[in-house]
Design a protein. Structure first.
Length: 289
């Protein structure tokens, strides 16, 4: 009767033996020993799973990826005791909260179409000179847009893309409502260029980006000047004739026979609203980490 030899801790392994004494492992075509897919199948699955990514840094395939909740703080230097003792009669420390959801209706590596919403809330923690009560939250304007984006070139870390789409402005802020604004109609367009620095895989300073954006807005208002529908104050409409001195000369308003008419109006300020506005913004940023 024979017994197998006991294995000792100091026995050399097959990998430590000289030569090709280690037995060759059988080729695995379907699954590895642990039941995992083979390397070839695993790489194929990884490549298939990454086809939904519009950008290599994209972490999820959910349609609302890219939505943002932005919190910003701003303060004047006088508020924190920097600079001369007196700089302004209105020291300010303010919070700004922006909610910017995005929902992608269609996305591919080359183009996308998404709906965007931008809502704003402001809160001044110092004594505000524009609100009725102290520490009163103030709603800002709201913008709704539909953006079509397209990548013109991408390779070796470089990426050139453009976007365009309509935008709708809602007067959720009190200043716009009090000025008589009903809605804002417009179009936005932009272009951006990504330039590699240390490469997309670098933990620091991977790339930088330059961009230009333009917005056109046409406000739809009740009046051509600031007006408020709940204000009805008396005024006068001067209907004076112009005295003709002959030879195409006039004296302007005549000093006699000035006809006036009492009217009620909701105008609360002077100056005319712009019928069309066009803004251009330039941007540059560096991806630190």
């Amino acid at each position: 009767m024979s017994f197998p030899a006991a294995a000792h801790d100091d026995a050399p392994s097959a990998a430590d033996m000289p030569g090709d004494s280690a037995p060759a492992e059988p080729a695995v075509t379907g699954e590895s020993r642990a039941g995992e897919p083979a390397d070839a199948e695993r790489s194929e699955a990884d490549a298939a799973n990454d086809t939904w990514k519009v950008d290599p840094e994209q972490k999820t395939r959910l349609p609302w990826h890219g939505s943002m909740l932005l919190f910003d703080q701003s303060v004047t230097t006088q508020t924190v005791g920097l600079g001369p003792s007196y700089q302004s009669a209105d020291p300010v420390y303010e919070w700004w909260l922006a909610f910017k959801p995005r929902y992608a209706l269609y996305e591919s590596h080359k183009e996308s179409f998404a709906l965007n919403l931008w809502m704003n809330v402001y809160l001044e923690l110092t004594n505000s000179d524009t609100t009725t009560t102290k520490h009163e939250p103030v709603l800002g304007p709201t913008w709704l847009s539909a953006i079509y984006g397209r990548t013109l070139f991408e390779g070796d870390g470089y990426k050139t893309s453009v976007s365009v789409g309509p935008r709708l402005g809602l007067p959720t802020d009190m200043a716009s409502r009090n000025a008589g604004q009903i809605v804002g109609l417009g179009v936005s367009a932009g272009a951006s260029q990504r330039i590699p620095l240390r490469g997309r895989g670098a933990p620091w300073f991977s790339d930088m980006r330059f961009g230009v954006s333009t917005t056109y807005n046409h406000p739809v208002t009740r009046c051509t000047t600031r007006c408020f529908e709940n204000v009805n104050q008396p005024g006068q409409n001067l209907g004076a004739p112009i005295e003709d001195l002959g030879n195409g000369r006039t004296t302007g308003l005549a000093q006699t026979n000035v006809a006036t008419q009492s009217i009620n109006q909701g105008q609360v300020g002077g100056g005319f609203f712009p019928n069309h506005s066009f803004n251009v913004a330039l941007s540059a940023d560096v991806q630190v980490t």
